[in-house]
Every structure is written in structure tokens, then in C-alpha cells.
Design a protein. Sequence first.
Length: 166
Amino acid sequence: MAIHPVLTWGDPRLKRNSEDVGAWSPELDQLVADMFETAIAEEGVGLAAPQIGFNINLAVIDTSAGEDPARKIILINPEILREEGIQRGPEGCLSIPGIHEVLERPRQVWLKNRRPDGTWYEQEGEDLLARAFCHEIDHLRGRLFVEYFGPVKRQVIQRKYQKLHK
Ligand code: NI
């Protein structure tokens, strides 16, 4: 297993649209294991493949910080089917370290998600998990959470970020 360096805000590779995952392979098993390891090492709830330079529709989520294997979720070519309600809370991203901003997300989200074997199922998530679904799927579409804010607020965040990482 290996921890991969995470690409950060401003890297053009984070802005690309990802391609669907095709046939599963031992290499993808390894990549998923590495992604979980990287997310936990960096104390993140999730990690999307584009954040470590793979532009494919693959992401991992672990809301237990490595404590409960049953809570590990692999998103493969996921699509949001429906959303309900609103939650307001702080959001952060391993690609924008040190920045946490309050962002509105749906409180409950239903996904269509693929298993490694190619079969599909519906996955429901609420609260933190719903937020993670939205956040990781945004990564697969080349979108970072700070892009939801208007230009003025985004500039303030950018200055704060630059100050933090001088
Ligand atoms: Ni992120």
C-alpha cells in the first residue's frame, strides 16, 4: 500500500471531467486500497481519484476515520438519483488544506453506484455521508467546493489559503 501525494487547489488536473471506470482489475483494487490509506493518513472523510492524478470516476469515503471497515464506501461511476432537504455545515477538502467553510448541501442523497463486479445498486446517505457523496462526485466533475461561492468570497478564501501556505 502507498500514500499518494494529493494535488492542491490551482492544479489544472483537478478541473478535468473524469472518465468512467471500465472493467475492474487488480490494479484498481490496489488503487482503492491506496486511496483509503491516503484519505486516512490525511485525516479526510473521502478522496476522489482525480485528487491523486487519476481522472476516472472513482472515489472512496470513510466516515469512521479508519475505525470501522463496514463504513468504507467505494464510489464507482456514481450518479445522484435524488436529493432531499438542506444541511448547513463546514466543509473542507484535502486539496485545499486548512480551509473550512460553511456550505449548504442536501441533507439526504440517493446514488446509483457500481460495484467492482459491474452490478449496480442504490446507496442512500444522510448528513455527513450525503455531504461526502456530493463533495466527491463534484471532484469527478472537476469541481472544488470553494467554486460554489461568489467571486468576492472566493477571493477572501484564496487570500487566506495563500497566507496559510506561504
Ligand atoms: Ni475534496
